[in-house]
Design a protein around this ligand. Structure first.
Ligand SMILES: *[C@@H]1O[C@H](CO)[C@@H](O)[C@H](O)[C@H]1NC(C)=O
Ligand SMILES: *[C@@H]1O[C@H](CO)[C@@H](O)[C@H](O)[C@H]1NC(C)=O
Length: 388
């Protein structure tokens, strides 16, 4: 009698269904109750966004670069150095147009990125499960909207996906996993993307503090991004001298109150004595190391032909739906010969001394100026040749 036995089963299913729904309801209710007294980031962001005249529509104001031919696009010449080094946020407003910059280095950079993703996957790409909606949001925005609208000669949308005309590849609009999304971004855009999400915690110290929850970073400058996964902004920057005293409060505030639609950029610079773009070590020096080892041996090793000014063009914005903050950057390298020939040698030499004369003199050691400073200055001032 199948009909008869079906009825009790239906009742059991219905019962289980109701119980599950009730359980979800209670836990949601509990959560909102628990968090009721805590700050509610997204609500205040909505009002901030409105108050500042921004909106989600700002993400869709994209002007196409109709005639862009990458072969003619020189890389930007960033010259962010100043006579004295001040550790500040130094941000400038930008629009969606400025989020991604492309130039003639694209193909060689992309080839290197692909090799790094193959050979060092767990170092260049990682995520925590909480980040999945944010990664998918950025991925979908870039593939379905941003790239084909901003760079119509390089990317076109088709029924089956986004065609990258430079590599000839068809990219899916719906990624099959967080890893695939991060990977495709890394393989197709010469920018690093780091996703920061506010922590939900009962401790007021931790609650609302932004943590790194996902990244694709092929070109780190002297640190392992992998080791920073899950860390708060302040802990990510522990090695940076002066960060806690000079920057931590304003950075935390900036992240917590960034409206949707406000987009900013900043640039930094350093001199590196090798051209490795994937640098999970090196590029920095710490006081104790400096004191212990002395820098004389390394000083002799500085090869001016390998010495470059390394700059990052960094952008920060908030994703409208998930509220995650995306920190992105593109890396540029300029040979010191190029800088001297351009006529900024003296200015850069002054800035090299100025590293120790601003609000955080410890930056001088941190950036290893004690190793490369004298020699690079002599070169920039025409006192020695590039092969000395
Ligand atoms: C940048 O945008 C903010 C609004 O978020 C505005 O208050 C500020 O004046 C702008 N800065 C510049 C330099 O235009
Ligand atoms: C630029 O700043 C970032 C932190 O915002 C730091 O990790 C990186 O090492 C700096 N790079 C250079 C080239 O100074």
């Amino acid at each position: 009698m199948p009909q008869l036995t079906l009825i009790p089963w239906a009742i059991v299913f219905l019962g289980v269904g109701v119980a599950v729904l009730a359980w979800i309801g209670v836990s949601v209710w509990r959560r909102s109750g628990q968090n009721g007294s805590l700050p509610q980031p997204l609500t205040s962001i909505a009002s901030l966004t409105k108050a500042h005249g921004f909106s989600e529509a700002d993400y869709y104001k994209i002007d196409p670069l109709e005639d862009l031919n990458l072969e003619n696009e020189e890389p930007l010449k960033l010259r962010p150095f100043k006579a004295k080094y001040y550790l500040t946020m130094a941000i400038e407003n930008i629009t969606a147009n400025d989020l991604i910059v492309m130039d003639k280095t694209y193909s060689s950079r992309i080839a290197l990125r692909r090799q790094l993703i193959r050979d060092h996957l767990s170092e260049v790409l990682a995520w925590n499960p909480i980040s999945t909606p944010a990664v998918v949001e950025l991925y979908t925005y870039l593939t379905a909207t941003y790239l084909p609208h901003r760079f119509p000669t390089l990317y076109t949308l088709h029924e089956k996906g986004l065609l990258n005309h430079i590599t000839g590849e068809l990219l899916p609009i719906c990624p099959s996993s967080t890893e695939q999304a991060l990977r495709i971004l890394g393989e197709n855009i010469d920018d690093e993307f780091l996703f920061l999400l506010p922590a939900q915690s009962e401790s007021p110290e931790e609650n609302g503090k932004y943590r790194l929850e996902a990244f694709i970073t092929c070109f780190p400058s002297g640190f392992s991004t992998r080791q920073k996964l899950g860390l708060k902004l302040a802990d990510i920057h522990t090695p940076v001298p002066g960060y806690a005293a000079r920057l931590e409060k304003s950075m935390d505030r900036f992240f917590a109150t960034l409206p949707v639609g406000k987009m900013v950029k900043r640039q930094n610079w350093s001199i590196t004595t090798d051209k490795r773009l994937f640098a999970i070590t090196g590029n920095h020096m710490y006081e104790d190391e400096h004191a212990l080892r002395g820098e004389s041996k390394e000083k002799e090793m500085v090869n001016l032909r390998e010495t470059v000014m390394r700059c990052e063009r960094q952008t920060v914005h908030r994703l409208p739906k998930t509220g995650a903050v995306v920190f992105a950057f593109k890396t540029y390298q300029y040979g010191i010969e190029e800088l001297r020939d351009e006529g900024v040698g003296e200015e850069l030499a002054t800035a090299i001394d100025g590293l120790g004369e601003g609000n955080v003199p410890e930056i001088l050691v941190y950036k290893r100026q004690v190793v490369w400073g004298e020699k690079v200055k002599k070169f920039l001032r025409g006192e020695i040749s590039v092969d000395d």
